[in-house]
Design a protein around this ligand. Sequence first.
Ligand code: UGA
Length: 440
Amino acid sequence: MKVGVIGGGYVGLVSASCFAKLGFNTMILENDKRKINKIQRAISPIYEDQLDSLLKLTIIQNGNLSITNDRDLFFKNSDIIFICLPTPSQSNGEIDLNYILKELMELGKLISKSNKFKFIIIKSSVVPGSTSGIIKSTLEVYSNKKVGFDFGLGVNPEFLMEGQAINNFFNPDRIVIGTLDQKTKTVLSKLYESFNCPKLFVTLDEAEMIKYVSNSFLATKISFINQIANLSENFNINMDNIVDGIGTDKRISKQFLRSGLGFGGSCFPKDVLALYNLSKQYDSTISILKKTLEINNYQPLRVVKLLKNQFDLKNKNISLLGLSFKPGTDDIREAPSLKIVKELIKYDCNISVYDPAHKNTKLPSHQYLHICESIEEVLNNSDAAILVTEWDEFKSLEPVNFSNMNNKLIIDGRRILDPNIYHNSNVKLITIGNSRINSS
Ligand code: UGA
């Protein structure tokens, strides 16, 4: 069984290298020549734990993984073809399927000329109804063949978290397999037979819905706890105790209840918006999702509010510890840091940023924004520091590390600094969602 993956982006590259590690002969189809060149030399174009060594193993050592921009060669080499192309938001918030549909037109033409039964599996996040609707019809029209009789079609969503994607691939909570035809169900069962987790065999629409509900539910959990944290600042409450108190109830669980600056990244904001827009189209508006997004848009601004309670922000030197939307990645898509920078610029602040994954990042140049190469550099002469991303490097910071600041004020937007260490020091620590410390 040979595996093909269309799209060497985050999901495609991780999935392909993991399938190759499992022993499948795997090929990626990618059109970005610079990316191809790097991957062929086993250099990961993205920042992801363990990926470089996995590429070395699968590309150089055992040769199970290859990458090409030659679609004919790719098609010939692949029995099961995973579509791992981006599905961005359109300006009206609806999902944009164009990358996928263009590729499917080409695949359809190749299927029309082939006498082999190929399996086309959608791994990209597509809203419910996409695969049984436009995706199926595009393939059938361009191939002039029928799903189930001439080729297979399935949906197999991914649940990989950036920074932990390889571990997530090999240790999934579940594998969701959406199919129309028995052959596709059989071939995907075989592909994943070495996994011991529950395997859920569902319809195409159900598989798509599971992915969107999963991301939307987790995002809503985060917005919910963030509003509880904001309220809790008015009482003698430490949010960690609240999360322990409710999270030990197995029905709730502690996961995705870390309050702070809200969710970012390329998935949650986009997927919540797409599900919300889909629900409106079907006159079944999931209004809670609109609130989830509104709360999340506000949450990064809350640290700016906490700062404004301390002093007049005009022309102040503000340091940001962290830029990526979460630790373990250099991804800044929809990162809370960007919203904070945008807000601080309104007050003509001079902003310095340090992030371990962004020492050499070229950000859109702005006269007020400066990228630093160390914690020491970012704090130098600063009037306040905002902890934005919970990198390990920041967790061990102590009052002495802030000694070169002009004004020793820290706003911990991720709740990772230990307040007890700061209590009797000359550094003022304000933690989002924690009144005991805010008032000290
Ligand atoms: C998310 C999902 O967790 C994956 O299952 C899914 O496959 C992926 O989207 C996707 O759709 O491709 P990811 O975006 O990599 O993965 O990041 P998460 O670790 O889920 O974090 C998302 C955001 O929520 C981050 O900004 C994080 O800081 C924030 N978060 C997470 C919190 O604010 N509090 C929490 O308790 C947990």
